[in-house]
Unconditional design. Structure first.
Length: 89
C-alpha cells in the first residue's frame, strides 16, 4: 500500500475539505469515512498499511505559508482578489 500512500492521503484530505466547504452534503458517507480514518490510526492497521492515512487539511493559509507569501493575505487588494466572478449572460 505504501506506493499509493500519497494518492490515498490526497483523496481523504479532499473528502474532508469538501465536507468543510459543504456541510449539508455527504451526511452518512462522511461519517463512514471518518470511522475508516479512525480505524486506520490503530497501530496494528498502520503497521499493515505502512503509512499514515490521515494528512493535514490544506488551507489557503497553509499553502501560502509553505510558499513564504502569507503576507499576501494582509494586502489591501485581498477582497478584490477573492471576489466572486459572475458572468453577465
Amino acid at each position: 500500500f505504501y506506493e499509493y500512500s500519497k494518492a490515498f492521503q490526497n483523496v481523504f484530505e479532499f473528502g474532508r475539505r469538501y465536507k468543510i466547504m459543504n456541510p449539508e452534503k455527504l451526511r452518512g458517507t462522511y461519517g463512514k469515512m471518518i470511522f475508516l480514518l479512525q480505524d486506520a490510526m490503530i497501530p496494528q492497521i498502520r503497521e499493515h498499511l505502512e503509512f499514515n492515512l490521515v494528512s493535514p487539511i490544506k488551507t489557503v493559509y497553509s499553502v501560502l505559508e509553505s510558499a513564504g507569501v502569507e503576507e499576501a493575505l494582509k494586502s489591501e487588494w485581498i477582497s478584490t482578489a477573492t471576489m466572486e466572478i459572475v458572468g453577465d449572460g
